[in-house]
Design a protein around this ligand. Structure first.
Ligand code: IPE
Ligand code: IPE
Ligand code: MG
Length: 250
């Protein structure tokens, strides 16, 4: 029996975001190169995308490469960029078949041409997918995103496109890379660290946080369903008290 059978399909997190961590340690534990961990991690993405489709999740954002990850050894960065091309190219037919739309957030212009091209091609081909939006965060960090939003807002106020006094939370949402996406409902981090590492600081303000020691290459469909079951046990109060929520649900 799959844990999917236990999942309440009336309370599915609309937006799941994942900090896919632990590839290096997974490899080290097996006396393998770190790149082998990244390779194995690609297979996990495929499983988790399938599981999200099965569970009817609408947005899945995966943190594939942070702005800070550019500081890693050049060899490792190159391997990751190659693996992304491999993943995107291999997955495109499946994404098309399953109605999955690929999108990206981050400093796309910093990516090597081969990675950028593969990404844009896949995004174009899958643009009409409606079942699930798969968002790959690449050269992404929250502070980069918020700094960029501040600059863009300042420019628009200066140009007279925007009235500074009328800026609301909604305005800020519209200047983020995640514009038009719902807030994160469930944030998962694999690999045992209990930290956010500059990911979705604004969008995950009210997300349920799920941390697991499982290294990303060992994570699978059932692990995803387990995280959804954890989410479903939570009472999301958004600042209110339980009694108010009970009344609202009557
Ligand atoms: C993968 O895990 C996440 C990426 C940055 C690609 P790591 O490569 O960070 O693995 P650990 O944390 O060293 O085990
Ligand atoms: C976070 O993992 C970034 C991604 C998963 C892409 P890291 O391994 O880079 O995070 P830190 O450095 O341990 O916080
Ligand atoms: Mg790590």
């Amino acid at each position: 029996m799959s844990l999917l059978d236990k999942v309440n399909n009336k309370n599915i997190p609309q937006h799941v975001a994942i900090i896919m961590d632990g590839n290096g340690r997974w490899a080290k534990a097996r006396d393998l190169e770190r790149s082998e961990g990244h390779r194995e991690g690609i297979e996990t993405i495929e499983k988790v995308v399938d599981a999200c489709t099965q569970a009817n999740v609408k947005y899945l954002t995966i943190y594939a490469f942070s702005v800070e990850n550019w500081l890693r050894p050049e060899d490792e960065v190159n391997t990751l960029m190659d693996l992304l091309v491999y993943f995107i190219t291999k997955e495109t037919p499946k994404l098309l078949k399953n109605g999955i739309r690929l999108q990206t957030i981050g400093e796309t212009e910093r990516l090597p041409e081969r990675t950028r091209n593969a990404l844009y091609k896949c995004m174009e081909e899958t643009a009409s997918g409606e079942k699930l939006t798969l968002v790959v965060a690449l050269s992404y960090s929250s502070r980069w995103e918020l700094t960029k939003a501040a600059k863009d807002i300042a420019a628009d106020v200066k140009n007279g496109v925007l009235d500074g006094n009328s800026i609301t939370e909604e305005t800020i949402n519209n200047y983020l890379a995640t514009k038009n996406m719902p807030d994160v409902d469930l944030l998962i981090r694999t690999g045992g660290e209990i930290r956010i590492s500059n990911f979705m600081l604004w969008q995950a303000s009210y997300a349920e946080l799920y941390f697991t020691d499982t290294y990303w290459p060992d994570f699978d469909e059932e692990c995803l369903y387990e995280a959804i079951l954890y989410f479903q046990k939570k009472e999301r109060r958004f600042g209110k008290i339980s009694e108010q929520l009970e009344k609202e649900n009557q």
